[in-house]
Every structure is written in C-alpha cells, then in structure tokens.
Design a protein. Structure first.
Length: 254
C-alpha cells in the first residue's frame, strides 16, 4: 500500500484591502520602500508589504499580513506568501502596522497577540488620524511597550522615529528621512532646477569670460595699432631729420 500526502495550499490572499485610505496606503509604501532602500545592498534582508505570513506549518488558518515586515536572514525575491516553515523557520523580526480609521481596538489587540505569540522582535503601530506612535520590543521573551517612542532608535533597523506636525517621520542612520515617491519626485525636480540654474550660471560665466577675452584682444589690437603708429611717426621723424641734415640743418637745433 502506498501512502500519499496531499500538498498543503497556502492562500496568497486574505481578500482584505491593502489600505482603506490614501493616507494609509502612502505610509505603507513609504515605510516599505524606505526599509527596502535601507538594505538594498544586503541580499539577505527581505522586505514585504501586505504579504500573508504563515508562522505554523500546515495551519492555513493561522496567518497575518503585516502592512510592512522586515526579515533578516532571508533572501530577496518574489513570493506569493511568506511560509515560515519553508524559510528555515525564520520569523519576521520587525513589523509595522498603520491603523485604519475602521480598525477597532479589538482587532489591534489581536494583532499584538499574534506578533507576541509568533516571535516578532519589534512591532510598531502608527495611527495617522491621532498622530500617535506605539512600539513594542521583545525583552526576555515578551513584547514590552517602548516608552518613550519619540526619538526611539530601532535596534534592528537603526532608524529613528520622530512625530512632527506633518505626522510620522522615520530617519535613516545617515540622517536622511524616509520619503514618499511624490517627495522624491519633488526633490528630483528641485535638483533639476538647481542643475539648470548652475548650468545657466556657468554659461553666463563662460559668456562673461569670452567677452573679457574679446575686450583683452581688442585692447591688444589697439596697443599694437598704437605701436604701429608710433613706429610710423618715428620713421617719418627719422626721414625728416635726414632731409634736414642734407640741407646742412641740425635737426636737434630746431
């Protein structure tokens, strides 16, 4: 008798929207792309947004799709879902959630319990409507509240969290902040304008230098012409002096 085991199919979607508002979506993309950029040169850091994570082998009913998760020790690459048992059982170490205006506190408590139960090291929850940031760090096996969060530096990511009038700002270790695509395009446009202005200034400087060269060349030409006239006058004077001597007249006595 041959015994076969049916392959377990892990769904790649939970039929839930990635975001319920433009603000939430933009923040998710900013954080995901910021983390991606932070570790772009490390092939063994995988960053994903809204990707289903299955922490328990064979349990398709146990899953969560963090808004952003960062996983150290796993290769970059495309995945339909993050099936932990197929990833050397590596747990996502850092997780971000952006709270929606429809998210009830019960839902957020369940997410915290999930991340607590399945080994997340750092969990950050941001509420854009209230401009509130909460964080938890695993200490001695438990996710403990981080206080204060203002100015907190993530041990895993090395990024710093700040809350300003415009909302959450995340700063890289080099001091540069995470920016959205729109902000990136705005900075690129400013760079293009600065380059254009610098090019115009360089062109103007080149034109002024060329004009100065032309004036110097004209001055040289005038000086040469003056020398030529002086030489002509000297030659005429010499001829007159010779004529006077032919007439027995001393030119120096005139």
């Amino acid at each position: 008798m041959q015994v076969t085991t049916a392959e377990i199919i892990y769904p790649s979607t939970d039929d839930q929207p990635m975001a319920e508002s433009t603000i939430q979506y933009e923040l998710i993309v900013k954080i995901k792309e910021g983390c991606e950029s932070l570790f772009k040169d490390d092939p063994n850091v995988f960053v994903a947004a809204d990707l289903l994570w299955y922490p328990v082998e064979g349990r398709i009913d146990i899953s969560q799709a963090p808004d952003t998760m960062v996983i150290f020790g796993r290769q970059k690459g495309d995945r339909l879902s993050y099936i932990q048992c197929r990833e050397d059982n590596v747990t996502p170490q850092v997780v971000f959630e952006i709270r929606s205006h429809n998210d009830r506190q019960t839902k957020m408590n369940k997410k915290l319990s999930f991340y607590q139960r399945h080994g997340v090291e750092e969990y950050y929850l941001y509420d854009p409507e209230r401009n509130e940031l909460q964080g938890w760090q695993r200490i001695e096996g438990n996710l403990e509240v981080i206080e204060p969060m203002e100015g907190w530096i993530s041990p895993r990511l090395g990024v710093r969290f700040e809350l300003g009038e415009d909302g959450l700002e995340i700063y890289r270790p080099d001091g540069e902040k995470f920016i959205s695509y729109a902000e990136l395009e705005a900075e690129r446009e400013l760079d293009r304008q600065r380059l254009q202005q610098e090019s115009q200034r360089a062109e103007q400087e080149s034109q002024r230098a060329e004009q100065a060269d032309q004036r110097a060349e004209q001055a040289d030409q005038r000086a040469e012409q003056a020398d030529q006239r002086a030489e002509q006058v000297n030659q005429i004077a010499q001829r007159l002096a010779a004529k006077l001597r032919e007439l027995n007249i001393d030119p120096d006595s005139i």
